[in-house]
Design a protein around this ligand. Sequence first.
Ligand SMILES: Nc1ncnc2c1ncn2[C@@H]1O[C@H](COP(=O)(O)OP(=O)(O)O)[C@@H](O)[C@H]1O
Ligand SMILES: [Mg+2]
Length: 306
Amino acid sequence: MPSEAEKELALAEYYEKIRNARVRLQTEFDKNERKEVDIKNFTALSVIGSGGFGSVYKASTNGQGPYAVKVQKKSFIRKYGLQKEIILERKLMAYMDSPFVMELLSHFKDADNLYLVMPLARYGDLYKMLKRSGAVPEARAVKIIIQVVLALEYCHACSLIHRDLKPHNILIFERGRVKISDFGCCVRSDGQVFGMAGTSLYRAPEMLKGDYYTEAVDWWSLGVIIHQVLLLELPFCGKYDPKPLVISSILNASIRTFKSPNYSETAENLVRSLLEKNQANRLGAIKPGASFVKNHDWFKNVDCTS
Ligand SMILES: Nc1ncnc2c1ncn2[C@@H]1O[C@H](COP(=O)(O)OP(=O)(O)O)[C@@H](O)[C@H]1O
Ligand SMILES: [Mg+2]
Protein backbone atom coordinates (compact mmCIF):
# COMPACT_ATOMS: atom_id res chain seq x y z
CA MET A 1 0.00 0.00 0.00
CA PRO A 2 1.43 3.42 -0.88
CA SER A 3 1.88 5.80 2.05
CA GLU A 4 -0.05 9.10 2.25
CA ALA A 5 3.11 10.96 1.21
CA GLU A 6 3.57 8.71 -1.83
CA LYS A 7 -0.08 9.22 -2.80
CA GLU A 8 0.34 13.01 -2.50
CA LEU A 9 3.42 12.86 -4.70
CA ALA A 10 1.62 10.73 -7.30
CA LEU A 11 -1.25 13.22 -7.30
CA ALA A 12 1.10 16.20 -7.66
CA GLU A 13 2.87 14.49 -10.58
CA TYR A 14 -0.47 13.66 -12.18
CA TYR A 15 -1.62 17.29 -12.05
CA GLU A 16 1.71 18.50 -13.38
CA LYS A 17 1.23 16.14 -16.34
CA ILE A 18 -2.32 17.35 -16.91
CA ARG A 19 -1.08 20.97 -16.79
CA ASN A 20 1.54 20.21 -19.43
CA ALA A 21 -0.72 18.03 -21.56
CA ARG A 22 -1.90 20.70 -23.98
CA VAL A 23 1.57 22.15 -24.55
CA ARG A 24 3.04 18.71 -25.14
CA LEU A 25 0.26 17.66 -27.48
CA GLN A 26 0.62 20.89 -29.47
CA THR A 27 4.39 20.46 -29.79
CA GLU A 28 4.24 16.82 -30.80
CA PHE A 29 1.25 17.32 -33.04
CA ASP A 30 2.96 18.88 -36.03
CA LYS A 31 5.78 16.37 -36.24
CA ASN A 32 5.57 14.19 -39.32
CA GLU A 33 6.17 10.65 -38.31
CA ARG A 34 6.32 7.65 -40.66
CA LYS A 35 6.13 4.01 -39.69
CA GLU A 36 7.36 1.27 -42.00
CA VAL A 37 4.69 -1.34 -41.33
CA ASP A 38 2.49 -3.17 -43.80
CA ILE A 39 -0.91 -4.85 -43.44
CA LYS A 40 0.67 -7.98 -45.00
CA ASN A 41 2.52 -8.41 -41.70
CA PHE A 42 -0.81 -8.89 -39.89
CA THR A 43 -3.06 -11.93 -39.64
CA ALA A 44 -6.71 -11.08 -39.04
CA LEU A 45 -8.21 -13.37 -36.37
CA SER A 46 -11.77 -12.01 -36.15
CA VAL A 47 -13.90 -8.91 -36.69
CA ILE A 48 -14.49 -7.14 -33.38
CA GLY A 49 -16.30 -4.05 -34.52
CA SER A 50 -17.67 -2.30 -37.49
CA GLY A 51 -18.32 1.37 -37.77
CA GLY A 52 -19.01 3.98 -40.37
CA PHE A 53 -15.65 3.82 -42.14
CA GLY A 54 -14.86 0.13 -42.12
CA SER A 55 -14.16 -2.58 -39.59
CA VAL A 56 -12.01 -3.25 -36.57
CA TYR A 57 -10.15 -6.58 -36.51
CA LYS A 58 -8.46 -8.58 -33.84
CA ALA A 59 -5.10 -9.33 -35.50
CA SER A 60 -1.62 -10.52 -34.67
CA THR A 61 1.75 -9.87 -36.29
CA ASN A 62 4.91 -11.97 -36.18
CA GLY A 63 3.65 -13.90 -33.19
CA GLN A 64 2.95 -10.64 -31.31
CA GLY A 65 -0.39 -9.33 -30.17
CA PRO A 66 -3.28 -9.73 -30.54
CA TYR A 67 -3.91 -6.09 -31.39
CA ALA A 68 -6.95 -4.20 -32.59
CA VAL A 69 -6.57 -2.95 -36.17
CA LYS A 70 -9.05 -0.33 -37.34
CA VAL A 71 -9.39 -0.31 -41.13
CA GLN A 72 -10.74 2.88 -42.65
CA LYS A 73 -11.79 2.82 -46.31
CA LYS A 74 -10.27 5.66 -48.35
CA SER A 75 -13.25 5.62 -50.75
CA PHE A 76 -15.65 6.25 -47.85
CA ILE A 77 -13.48 9.02 -46.43
CA ARG A 78 -13.29 10.72 -49.85
CA LYS A 79 -17.02 10.27 -50.52
CA TYR A 80 -17.99 12.05 -47.30
CA GLY A 81 -15.10 14.56 -47.30
CA LEU A 82 -13.80 13.36 -43.94
CA GLN A 83 -10.06 13.73 -44.63
CA LYS A 84 -9.53 16.40 -41.95
CA GLU A 85 -11.36 14.41 -39.26
CA ILE A 86 -9.42 11.24 -40.07
CA ILE A 87 -6.05 12.97 -39.92
CA LEU A 88 -7.00 14.64 -36.63
CA GLU A 89 -8.09 11.31 -35.13
CA ARG A 90 -4.81 9.64 -36.09
CA LYS A 91 -2.63 12.46 -34.83
CA LEU A 92 -4.51 12.79 -31.57
CA MET A 93 -4.31 9.07 -30.88
CA ALA A 94 -0.61 9.08 -31.68
CA TYR A 95 0.22 11.90 -29.29
CA MET A 96 -2.26 11.80 -26.44
CA ASP A 97 -0.67 10.37 -23.36
CA SER A 98 -3.07 9.20 -20.68
CA PRO A 99 -3.72 5.72 -19.29
CA PHE A 100 -7.42 6.42 -19.83
CA VAL A 101 -7.20 7.34 -23.51
CA MET A 102 -6.72 4.79 -26.31
CA GLU A 103 -3.27 5.10 -27.82
CA LEU A 104 -2.02 4.35 -31.31
CA LEU A 105 0.77 1.80 -31.57
CA SER A 106 1.28 2.17 -35.27
CA HIS A 107 -0.43 3.34 -38.46
CA PHE A 108 0.03 2.82 -42.18
CA LYS A 109 -1.92 2.80 -45.43
CA ASP A 110 -2.21 1.09 -48.79
CA ALA A 111 -4.07 1.92 -52.00
CA ASP A 112 -7.51 1.23 -50.48
CA ASN A 113 -7.36 1.72 -46.74
CA LEU A 114 -5.84 3.46 -43.74
CA TYR A 115 -4.90 1.25 -40.79
CA LEU A 116 -4.70 2.16 -37.10
CA VAL A 117 -3.10 -0.38 -34.75
CA MET A 118 -4.19 -0.18 -31.10
CA PRO A 119 -3.92 -2.26 -27.96
CA LEU A 120 -6.75 -4.79 -27.90
CA ALA A 121 -9.45 -4.25 -25.27
CA ARG A 122 -10.09 -7.91 -24.44
CA TYR A 123 -13.48 -7.28 -22.89
CA GLY A 124 -14.69 -5.20 -25.84
CA ASP A 125 -16.68 -2.02 -25.40
CA LEU A 126 -19.07 -1.00 -22.64
CA TYR A 127 -22.10 -1.32 -24.92
CA LYS A 128 -21.32 -4.97 -25.63
CA MET A 129 -20.74 -5.50 -21.92
CA LEU A 130 -24.21 -4.11 -21.12
CA LYS A 131 -25.77 -6.35 -23.75
CA ARG A 132 -23.85 -9.38 -22.48
CA SER A 133 -24.19 -8.95 -18.72
CA GLY A 134 -26.98 -6.43 -18.13
CA ALA A 135 -26.80 -3.41 -15.83
CA VAL A 136 -23.48 -2.85 -14.10
CA PRO A 137 -23.67 -3.13 -10.29
CA GLU A 138 -23.25 0.38 -8.89
CA ALA A 139 -20.02 -0.32 -6.98
CA ARG A 140 -18.40 -1.54 -10.20
CA ALA A 141 -19.94 1.23 -12.30
CA VAL A 142 -18.24 3.86 -10.10
CA LYS A 143 -14.86 2.31 -10.88
CA ILE A 144 -15.54 2.33 -14.61
CA ILE A 145 -17.00 5.83 -14.74
CA ILE A 146 -14.23 7.50 -12.71
CA GLN A 147 -11.79 6.40 -15.41
CA VAL A 148 -13.99 8.03 -18.04
CA VAL A 149 -13.97 11.20 -15.94
CA LEU A 150 -10.16 11.09 -15.83
CA ALA A 151 -10.07 10.55 -19.60
CA LEU A 152 -12.29 13.60 -20.12
CA GLU A 153 -10.16 15.57 -17.69
CA TYR A 154 -7.14 14.80 -19.86
CA CYS A 155 -8.92 15.59 -23.19
CA HIS A 156 -10.32 18.87 -21.86
CA ALA A 157 -6.89 19.82 -20.47
CA CYS A 158 -5.64 19.32 -24.05
CA SER A 159 -8.42 21.70 -25.22
CA LEU A 160 -10.29 18.90 -26.94
CA ILE A 161 -13.99 18.06 -26.84
CA HIS A 162 -14.60 14.37 -27.56
CA ARG A 163 -18.22 14.87 -28.81
CA ASP A 164 -18.95 11.17 -29.31
CA LEU A 165 -18.84 9.78 -25.81
CA LYS A 166 -21.09 6.70 -25.60
CA PRO A 167 -20.76 3.13 -24.32
CA HIS A 168 -19.51 1.90 -27.74
CA ASN A 169 -16.48 4.18 -27.41
CA ILE A 170 -15.53 3.11 -23.88
CA LEU A 171 -13.26 0.08 -24.02
CA ILE A 172 -12.72 -2.42 -21.23
CA PHE A 173 -9.36 -4.02 -20.50
CA GLU A 174 -8.12 -6.55 -17.96
CA ARG A 175 -8.46 -5.72 -14.24
CA GLY A 176 -11.30 -3.27 -14.93
CA ARG A 177 -9.05 -0.82 -16.78
CA VAL A 178 -10.93 1.53 -19.10
CA LYS A 179 -9.93 3.75 -22.02
CA ILE A 180 -12.05 6.06 -24.13
CA SER A 181 -11.60 5.74 -27.86
CA ASP A 182 -12.82 6.92 -31.26
CA PHE A 183 -11.61 10.48 -31.72
CA GLY A 184 -13.21 10.89 -35.17
CA CYS A 185 -15.62 13.57 -33.86
CA CYS A 186 -13.10 15.34 -31.62
CA VAL A 187 -12.75 19.10 -31.97
CA ARG A 188 -10.53 21.77 -30.46
CA SER A 189 -12.36 23.69 -27.77
CA ASP A 190 -10.53 27.01 -28.24
CA GLY A 191 -13.15 29.64 -28.89
CA GLN A 192 -16.83 28.96 -29.51
CA VAL A 193 -17.71 25.63 -31.03
CA PHE A 194 -20.74 24.95 -33.22
CA GLY A 195 -21.94 22.01 -35.28
CA MET A 196 -23.64 18.67 -34.89
CA ALA A 197 -21.46 15.71 -34.02
CA GLY A 198 -21.69 12.31 -32.41
CA THR A 199 -24.84 10.28 -31.84
CA SER A 200 -28.32 11.78 -31.24
CA LEU A 201 -29.08 9.77 -28.09
CA TYR A 202 -26.04 11.23 -26.31
CA ARG A 203 -26.15 14.79 -27.70
CA ALA A 204 -26.55 17.73 -25.34
CA PRO A 205 -29.51 20.12 -25.80
CA GLU A 206 -27.31 23.09 -26.78
CA MET A 207 -25.80 21.05 -29.63
CA LEU A 208 -29.21 19.84 -30.80
CA LYS A 209 -30.47 23.44 -30.81
CA GLY A 210 -27.54 24.62 -32.95
CA ASP A 211 -26.21 26.89 -30.17
CA TYR A 212 -22.52 27.31 -29.40
CA TYR A 213 -21.19 24.76 -26.93
CA THR A 214 -18.22 23.83 -24.78
CA GLU A 215 -16.62 20.79 -23.11
CA ALA A 216 -19.86 20.57 -21.09
CA VAL A 217 -21.38 18.51 -23.95
CA ASP A 218 -19.09 15.65 -22.90
CA TRP A 219 -20.33 15.91 -19.28
CA TRP A 220 -23.89 15.68 -20.57
CA SER A 221 -23.06 12.48 -22.51
CA LEU A 222 -21.49 11.09 -19.35
CA GLY A 223 -24.78 11.68 -17.49
CA VAL A 224 -26.66 9.69 -20.15
CA ILE A 225 -24.09 6.89 -19.91
CA ILE A 226 -24.23 6.61 -16.10
CA HIS A 227 -28.02 6.39 -16.24
CA GLN A 228 -27.82 3.71 -18.94
CA VAL A 229 -25.12 1.68 -17.21
CA LEU A 230 -27.07 1.50 -13.94
CA LEU A 231 -30.59 1.06 -15.32
CA LEU A 232 -30.18 -0.21 -18.89
CA GLU A 233 -32.50 2.61 -19.93
CA LEU A 234 -31.91 5.98 -21.51
CA PRO A 235 -32.89 8.97 -19.36
CA PHE A 236 -35.26 10.74 -21.77
CA CYS A 237 -36.37 8.40 -24.50
CA GLY A 238 -36.34 4.86 -25.81
CA LYS A 239 -33.39 3.54 -27.80
CA TYR A 240 -35.56 2.92 -30.87
CA ASP A 241 -37.68 6.06 -30.74
CA PRO A 242 -37.76 7.98 -34.02
CA LYS A 243 -35.20 10.75 -34.23
CA PRO A 244 -37.64 13.72 -33.92
CA LEU A 245 -39.01 12.20 -30.71
CA VAL A 246 -35.49 11.63 -29.37
CA ILE A 247 -34.62 15.26 -30.01
CA SER A 248 -37.78 16.69 -28.49
CA SER A 249 -37.42 14.44 -25.41
CA ILE A 250 -33.83 15.57 -24.83
CA LEU A 251 -34.84 19.21 -25.24
CA ASN A 252 -38.06 19.17 -23.24
CA ALA A 253 -38.66 16.03 -21.17
CA SER A 254 -37.56 15.54 -17.59
CA ILE A 255 -35.50 12.51 -16.65
CA ARG A 256 -37.56 9.33 -16.48
CA THR A 257 -37.07 8.18 -12.92
CA PHE A 258 -36.78 4.54 -12.07
CA LYS A 259 -36.75 2.93 -8.69
CA SER A 260 -33.96 0.41 -8.60
CA PRO A 261 -31.68 -0.94 -5.85
CA ASN A 262 -28.90 -0.27 -8.38
CA TYR A 263 -29.60 3.48 -8.46
CA SER A 264 -28.71 5.17 -5.21
CA GLU A 265 -29.82 8.71 -4.41
CA THR A 266 -26.21 9.81 -4.83
CA ALA A 267 -26.08 8.32 -8.34
CA GLU A 268 -29.36 9.99 -9.22
CA ASN A 269 -28.09 13.31 -7.89
CA LEU A 270 -24.96 13.04 -10.05
CA VAL A 271 -26.96 12.13 -13.15
CA ARG A 272 -29.35 15.06 -12.57
CA SER A 273 -26.42 17.48 -12.15
CA LEU A 274 -24.84 16.27 -15.40
CA LEU A 275 -28.13 16.21 -17.30
CA GLU A 276 -28.84 19.86 -16.55
CA LYS A 277 -30.34 21.20 -19.77
CA ASN A 278 -28.89 24.70 -19.24
CA GLN A 279 -25.21 24.20 -20.02
CA ALA A 280 -24.15 27.06 -17.72
CA ASN A 281 -25.61 25.24 -14.70
CA ARG A 282 -24.35 21.77 -15.60
CA LEU A 283 -21.88 20.02 -13.31
CA GLY A 284 -18.48 20.29 -14.98
CA ALA A 285 -19.37 23.44 -16.93
CA ILE A 286 -17.18 25.67 -14.78
CA LYS A 287 -13.46 25.10 -15.31
CA PRO A 288 -11.70 22.96 -14.25
CA GLY A 289 -14.84 20.90 -14.83
CA ALA A 290 -13.41 17.49 -14.04
CA SER A 291 -12.41 18.56 -10.51
CA PHE A 292 -16.04 19.39 -9.73
CA VAL A 293 -17.25 16.10 -11.18
CA LYS A 294 -14.60 14.06 -9.33
CA ASN A 295 -15.58 15.74 -6.08
CA HIS A 296 -19.14 14.47 -6.31
CA ASP A 297 -20.05 12.13 -3.46
CA TRP A 298 -20.64 9.22 -5.85
CA PHE A 299 -16.86 9.01 -6.32
CA LYS A 300 -15.90 9.52 -2.68
CA ASN A 301 -14.64 5.96 -2.16
CA VAL A 302 -12.57 5.62 -5.34
CA ASP A 303 -8.94 6.49 -5.78
CA CYS A 304 -8.70 9.14 -8.51
CA THR A 305 -4.94 8.81 -8.94
CA SER A 306 -4.44 5.24 -10.10
N1 LIG B 1 -8.79 -1.22 -29.35
C1 LIG B 1 -9.92 -1.90 -29.43
N2 LIG B 1 -10.09 -3.06 -28.76
C2 LIG B 1 -11.26 -3.75 -28.84
N3 LIG B 1 -12.32 -3.36 -29.58
C3 LIG B 1 -12.21 -2.21 -30.28
C4 LIG B 1 -11.02 -1.42 -30.25
N4 LIG B 1 -11.21 -0.33 -31.03
C5 LIG B 1 -12.46 -0.43 -31.51
N5 LIG B 1 -13.06 -1.56 -31.09
C6 LIG B 1 -14.43 -2.02 -31.43
O1 LIG B 1 -14.78 -1.52 -32.71
C7 LIG B 1 -15.90 -0.61 -32.61
C8 LIG B 1 -15.73 0.50 -33.63
O2 LIG B 1 -14.51 1.19 -33.38
P1 LIG B 1 -14.44 2.80 -33.38
O3 LIG B 1 -13.02 3.21 -33.24
O4 LIG B 1 -15.38 3.32 -32.36
O5 LIG B 1 -14.92 3.11 -34.86
P2 LIG B 1 -16.10 4.01 -35.46
O6 LIG B 1 -15.49 5.34 -35.71
O7 LIG B 1 -16.44 3.31 -36.71
O8 LIG B 1 -17.21 4.03 -34.45
C9 LIG B 1 -15.91 -0.16 -31.14
O9 LIG B 1 -17.22 0.24 -30.75
C10 LIG B 1 -15.45 -1.43 -30.42
O10 LIG B 1 -16.51 -2.36 -30.29
MG1 LIG C 1 -17.14 4.36 -32.34
